[in-house]
Design a protein around this ligand. Structure first.
Ligand code: AHM
Ligand code: MG
Length: 321
């Protein structure tokens, strides 16, 4: 019997899985192993989310986490799922999670990767069945408390009508994989994705607007009046950022009187999304500096966060003399 061999078998096609893609792109074996564990955890979380209401998995655990926020049962489930899968991976030597007060240092024969993650981003959307995400940042284990420029890769999983795995790597750019739940695989969808130079929507929690800085307030007036941007704010950063990555625009959580240093956490929320934006041609800043230039001092530190298309973010930045 002869078999016709497709001359395109070694290029990315509609049935290319995430592990096949990373192999085709000649990514290091250990990085591929790490991504396999992250993707496996994401598939478990996606499966649980689909039936969580039926299993009594909605609502809080009654505990308060290190951030002073109520822990939802699914925050706890997703954190345990990520941690347990990553503990099985010999290439991970450090774990930092929004849900754990301290980082975990694992006994490994060599120090290799650190994974910093927010297991469930947008927890307030859980009980109302709206989109949420998981965010992750990959660093060398020696680089946990260094600037965001040192990230080796970053990504997120968007649990929406479809479950998307979005992965940014410096040399390859940003690529989307869609979970086909019938076969349990993330299949290549599209990339490299570029963020439009300018968008038509913006999002922030305006209940805090009275205590925003004058510069932020002026910027918002410009977004609303000078170049009309529609408001889009879902309560889940991953979902709001994904819209901006695809269509352009701005998401912001600046400093205010409730959150003088901003609400979002630098290492596992702001820096990974800033890295993704940067790989896609967008930009992210605190009110003072580029997010990727901030030198972190603690694993759970917060930062004001303004991310989006270059045109809008450069309008926000003070004019250089
Ligand atoms: P979480 O990780 O505890 O869910 O907090 C982060 C979330 C973001 O996803 C979202 O954009 C923001 O907090 C919403 O905050 P608020 O409800 O204050 O608007
Ligand atoms: Mg979060």
């Amino acid at each position: 019997m002869t078999v016709d061999v497709d001359p395109g078998v070694d290029v990315v096609h509609a049935e290319t899985t995430l592990p096949e893609y990373l192999a085709l792109m000649r990514q290091p074996v250990d990085f591929r192993a790490l991504m396999r564990q992250v993707a496996f955890a994401a598939k478990r979380v996606a499966a649980e989310l689909r039936v969580a209401g039926l299993r009594g998995m909605l609502g809080s655990t009654g505990q308060i986490n290190v951030q002073g926020e109520t822990v939802q049962q699914l925050d706890s489930y997703a954190n345990a799922t990520f941690v347990n899968n990553l503990l099985r991976s010999p290439v991970v030597s450090d774990l930092v999670s929004e849900e754990m007060p301290e980082g975990l240092h694992l006994a490994r024969h060599k120090r290799e990767y650190a994974l910093l993650f927010d297991p469930i981003d947008g927890s307030s959307n859980l009980d109302v069945n709206l989109s949420i995400g998981s965010i992750f940042s990959v660093r060398s284990s020696d680089d946990v408390l260094t600037t965001g420029r040192c990230q080796l890769a970053a990504g997120y999983v968007l649990y929406g009508p479809a479950t998307l795995f979005v992965l940014a790597m410096r040399e390859l750019g940003v690529h989307f994989f869609t979970l086909d739940p019938t076969i349990g695989e993330f299949l290549y969808w599209r990339g490299p994705v570029t963020m439009p130079e300018k968008g038509s929507s913006w999002g922030a929690n305006e209940v805090h607007s009275a205590s925003w800085s004058r510069r932020v307030s002026n910027f918002v007036s410009w977004l609303k009046d000078a170049t009309p941007h529609s408001t889009r704010y879902s309560g889940a950063l991953v979902a709001d950022f994904h819209r901006i990555l695809c269509n352009g625009g701005v998401y912001m959580y600046p400093s205010d009187s409730t959150y003088p240093n901003g609400k979002l956490r630098l290492l596992y929320e702001a820096a990974p999304l800033a890295f993704i934006a940067d790989c896609a041609g967008g930009r992210a800043v605190s009110e003072e500096q580029d997010i990727l230039e901030i030198q972190p001092e603690a694993i759970h530190e917060r930062t004001p966060f303004i991310i989006g298309s270059r045109t809008e973010i450069e309008h926000f930045l003070p004019a250089r003399s």
